[in-house]
Design a protein around this ligand. Sequence first.
Ligand SMILES: Cc1cc2nc3c(=O)[nH]c(=O)nc-3n(C[C@H](O)[C@H](O)[C@H](O)COP(=O)(O)O)c2cc1C
Length: 184
Amino acid sequence: MRGNVSEIAGTKFWMTAETYKQICSRFPKGVTVVTARGDDGRPIGMTVSAFTGVSLEPPTVLICVRYASRVAPAFLRAEHFCVNLLSENQREVSQQFASRDFEERFSGMRWAVGPHGVPVLPDTLGYFVCERRDVVINGDHYVIFGDVIQGGINDSRYPLVYWASEYQCLQISTHAESQPPGRS
Ligand SMILES: Cc1cc2nc3c(=O)[nH]c(=O)nc-3n(C[C@H](O)[C@H](O)[C@H](O)COP(=O)(O)O)c2cc1C
């Protein structure tokens, strides 16, 4: 195993930022698009892989949004947001919502209006509609917690996976008989 234990002089850190990023990139992640309504009512969204379920009672999730992201302030003000869990055929959707031009992110995109007006994307694995709760600032990211107030699931799809800084398809083990849940 390659290691990097070279202490950075004068700090408590025993690794470089590059090593930190490389190790994080080795951990496979699903990909989501988090959507909400901006101040003017227009839909906003961004690609987020830093998502996890946190609590069952109450059902809570969190997302991490880079402090410097241009849409971050609008997400902090939005009372509700939707976490859309992307399926393997939605790489372009992920790219579009990570692109520089955030005004154009919904261009050509189909979406439905969910509870509290949140945009819900079609053809995903599922989605959570959340009411924003606490926001914690940690380092260069906001950690935004949301109470899940509604959700939907589409069992017959495989996930989009991000690993080693590339999009990947899930290699289903033979134990799972190569079928996503719900497919017969
Ligand atoms: C696969 C993938 C995952 C990403 N995950 C995150 C994330 O978890 N948090 C985040 O702040 N940005 C993440 N990004 C980057 C943002 O989507 C992108 O920087 C953002 O949309 C730019 O926003 P801005 O135009 O508001 O600055 C990810 C991008 C990609 C392609």
